[in-house]
Write a protein that binds this ligand. Sequence first.
Ligand code: NAD
Length: 360
Amino acid sequence: MEKNIAVIKGDGIGPEIVTEAMKVLDRVAEKFGHKFNYEQLLMGGCSIDANGVPLTEETVERCKAADAVLMGSIGGNTTTSPWYKLPADKRPEAGLLGLRKALGLFANLRPCLLFSQLSEACPLKAEIAAKGFDMLIMRELTGGLYFGARKTEEINGVMTAVDTLEYNENEIRRIAVKAFDVAMQRRKKVTSVDKANVLDSSRLWRKVVEEVAKDYPEVTLEHMLVDNAAMQLVKDPAQFDVMVTENMFGDILSDEASMITGSIGMLASASMNESSFGLYEPSGGSAPDIAGQNKANPIATILSAAMLLRYSFKMETEAGAVEAAVNKTLEAGFRTGDIMSDGMTLVSCSEMGTKISDNI
Ligand code: NAD
């Protein structure tokens, strides 16, 4: 198969980690007889330096023309970088928000799994960590409280702020469909998280999710209130397969879930639209503290590339081969600095990429 991948290396460690993910994709192409064409594009701080704006129309158009987008991370040191002296809508992050919007990326997929080789980094009790977990949080990304109408005004001498949590049935249906589709590629269980005992938007959410579930008889659906979900994540994360939830709940729960894996450098993510198109990036940021030192952990970006193969290119075997190569490399004791422990072998970012690609 021949596929076109738009590549946004971005800022900080972005260029280092994306280079390693491309190394792995090239190995996949060689081994499985595919051809991946890359087009490198600017976005974020590097685009501000080159073009005066964090996102250009050209980058948007070239991304739209590609089959998928592979991204590193954008942004710099928020206290010292001149990018953060600019107005908010001209800063690096505005480029990413603008790109997600322009590409219609409404579903954020964050797999959270505990690698057995790294279970010591898990902050949960040893007996919980020993069970392991492998879940995916599907967060709605373009609706709800973060995008609803808001205002702050003085009413009868009292300052009053209002944020609106609004969802329509179409917005709920499309994210629910995405969650059930992904569950079909996994262990066929969906946990829908809401606050239906209080919120109207959650009651509509629950109703629409139940309607969608009828089209997926093989998938088990359960509903869970968000406060309980926050507790269950630390008590028994192994119970979850796919968790689907609205924007703000997903924002908070996905950070909680990534924390219990113990290592930000290992966590992949994808943002998708209604088709199979997606933007794939590590969960972490541009790590300016270690940028340019060949120290960053490229595994999150490599696993994001595996998600790209699975969800945008429908290359399940190839995605599995990348994940198996990551496991094999960890099993052999190789670690970047962020996941280093006694008795393991410290490797650089580029050495880690090479070891993983050699294991495919
Ligand atoms: P960060 O995730 O960049 O760094 C937090 C800590 O994690 C740092 O100590 C860093 O060294 C470490 N870390 C992160 N990724 C790592 C990796 N792959 N390997 C080894 N260590 C890693 O978060 P921050 O310092 O709060 O933010 C830095 C910049 O990144 C800011 O400008 C922020 O806005 C931006 N950011 C961008 C994205 C994105 O591109 N999607 C996401 C989050 C933050």
